[in-house]
Design a protein around this ligand. Structure first.
Ligand SMILES: Nc1ncnc2c1ncn2[C@@H]1O[C@H](COP(=O)(O)OP(=O)(O)OP(=O)(O)O)[C@@H](O)[C@H]1O
Ligand SMILES: [Mg+2]
Length: 224
């Protein structure tokens, strides 16, 4: 279980996260919505241990982040909003490279299978020749190399076609249901959020998304 309690973030004088508290349980997919600049990526970075909060506490399975950062980091898979892979290298070379950096050893066959599970079949193709959707799939596959229990995905399906979105969605659902992974996921695509997520949380002062979803009869947790 992930517990986020009273998390705040300031960039110099600018308050981005006012007071965020929520929990994520095993097997759950939670959608995080909010307008541009609401602080979704900031929150994901804090949960990913890539940034420290200005105040508040985070715990993973009861262990406080501040006490056990190194071990907590090993249990988290994070896909940032911007794609970050080696463009000149093939999918295979990227997977091999990131496998070496990973905490868990994976055979080449396992790496390949991970890509195939995501319907990413261009194993020897250089990444710059892949479509945006395929690159996102590769980013996702890389984040799964060390078999994290908590997966943080920042707009993983932006700009990709409905087929790839559906494939990524059903794969994430499988990870949650069969392996009990916890998934926190941001998107601006409300249909996708409603199809995929067990719960929806909104952040930001603007209540646009909150109202929109409530009008559609969806229960939304407002984080601040
Ligand atoms: N390193 C930084 N230094 C100063 N301000 C920052 C920094 N990173 C983000 N911000 C500001 O914090 C606010 C929240 O940004 P964030 O990227 O978390 O929003 P977001 O909800 O992910 O938006 P988007 O939907 O556009 O991705 C924005 O006003 C942004 O300008
Ligand atoms: Mg963002």
């Amino acid at each position: 279980m992930l517990e986020v309690t009273g998390v705040q973030k300031r960039y110099k004088r600018k308050q981005v996260l006012a007071d965020v508290s929520f929990q994520l349980k095993e097997g759950e997919i939670v959608g995080l919505v909010g307008e541009n600049g609401a602080g979704k990526s900031t929150l994901l970075q804090i949960i990913a241990t890539a940034m420290e909060p200005s105040a508040g506490e985070l715990r993973l399975y009861g262990n406080r982040y501040v006490d056990d950062m190194k071990n907590i980091r090993k249990k988290i898979g994070y896909v940032p909003q911007d794609i970050s892979v080696w463009e000149e290298y093939s999918v295979k070379e990227n997977m091999k490279f990131f496998e070496r950096l990973s905490w868990k050893r994976r055979s080449l066959e396992e790496c390949r299978q991970l890509c195939l599970d995501l319907q990413l079949t261009q194993w020897t193709e250089p990444v710059h020749a892949l479509s945006g959707g395929m690159k996102r799939k590769l980013n996702l596959a890389i984040s799964l190399l060390h078999d994290p229990i908590l997966l943080l995905l920042d707009e993983p399906t932006v700009g990709i076609d409905l087929k790839s979105k559906t494939e990524i969605g059903s794969y994430l659902r499988r990870l949650a249901t069969e392996e009990g992974k916890m998934i926190l996921y941001t998107s601006h695509d409300m249909d996708e959020i409603l199809t995929l997520c067990d719960r929806v949380a909104s952040i930001g002062e603007d209540s646009f998304y909150f109202d929109l979803l409530q009008d559609r009869g969806v229960q939304v947790e407002r984080l601040y």
